[in-house]
Design a protein around this ligand. Structure first.
Ligand code: KMH
Ligand code: ZN
Length: 277
């Protein structure tokens, strides 16, 4: 069976310390959490920028400090968010790509996001894809709606996205695709056979959909960005505890948890990078 790549989405842009005291904010906290997640089985760390007071930021210095601090403790794949927080302009969102993380997200369309809109105009999507290519950063295509998958396939046909891609199905955002097994199965059925995929489901859907992804042969993203509870009413002590829960499920199902070398090979990000410049 294909080893499962577990991504830890450790900080996000929306979750706050009032929601959970386990949220890492400073570079030291982020690195400590990344290490705990790696020890629990995560091979990729998905990062947003946060100031020490919790304010979302996509600024270069914050990402440089996070990236360097993580590299000080683990060779896990470092993936930057280019989504940032709702309302940020696209140039701000992609400023840190010049640091050349190994991967970064690419959301290929707009979606209602609770009471807001996560806006990714066609020109924004192209700009992000071009910047990823300029800095040789592997995309993770975020699919909140099926039209986003169609757009990704079109950009691939056009050559703006080259080679096999990695798609993350983001399920359960109010306004986007619901966290239904059928939605995931349909989405996966549309993918070219050499593409890889994962699922990130929100809130109480996170762990049940992780199990579905494990059963279907996909990869899994969990973490405080998407869900703060280990079970009903019980806060996770950190993203690492959610990673650990997925690793236990994988063992039950008979899926090995990917080693770093396996994850890097599967995602075609073999080179271990440090922040550039
Ligand atoms: N915070 C959301 C508005 C990403 O990381 O690329 C966007 C998001 C997607 O989280
Ligand atoms: Zn994110």
């Amino acid at each position: 069976m294909t080893p499962v790549i577990i991504t830890a989405a450790i900080n996000g842009a929306e979750v706050t310390r009032a929601h959970t005291p386990a949220l890492p904010l400073t570079p030291d906290e982020v690195a400590g959490e990344a290490l705990r997640c790696a020890d629990a089985g995560a091979t990729m760390i998905h990062l947003h920028g946060r100031l020490p007071d919790g304010t979302p930021t996509q600024d270069l210095d914050t990402f440089r400090a996070y990236f360097a601090a993580i590299r000080g403790v683990t060779d896990a794949i470092v993936q930057f968010s280019t989504g940032g927080a709702v309302g940020m302009d696209v140039e701000t969102r992609i400023e840190a790509l010049s640091l050349r993380p190994e991967m970064a997200t690419l959301t290929t369309g707009s979606v209602n996001f609770g009471d807001d809109v996560f806006l990714n105009r066609p020109a924004d999507v192209r700009l992000i894809a071009e910047r990823l290519r300029q800095f040789d950063v592997r995309p993770e295509i975020e699919v909140f709606e099926f039209g986003m998958l169609d757009t990704a396939l079109r950009l691939h046909e056009e050559g703006l996205l080259r080679g096999a891609q990695h798609v993350d199905f983001v399920l359960g955002v109010p306004g986007g695709l619901a966290a239904h097994r059928g939605h995931l199965e349909y989405g996966v059925s549309l993918l070219p056979t050499d593409w890889t995929w994962s699922v990130a489901a929100m809130g109480r859907h996170e762990l049940p959909m992780a199990r579905v992804a494990l059963e279907l042969g996909g990869h899994v993203r969990v973490g405080l960005e998407d869900n703060i509870y280990l079970s009903r009413g019980q806060l996770a002590q950190g993203s690492w505890e959610l990673v650990s829960a997925v690793a236990s499920m994988a063992a039950e199902i008979g899926r090995p948890v990917a080693t770093l070398a396996q994850a890097r090979r599967l995602l075609r990000v073999v080179e271990v990078r440090e922040p550039c410049g």
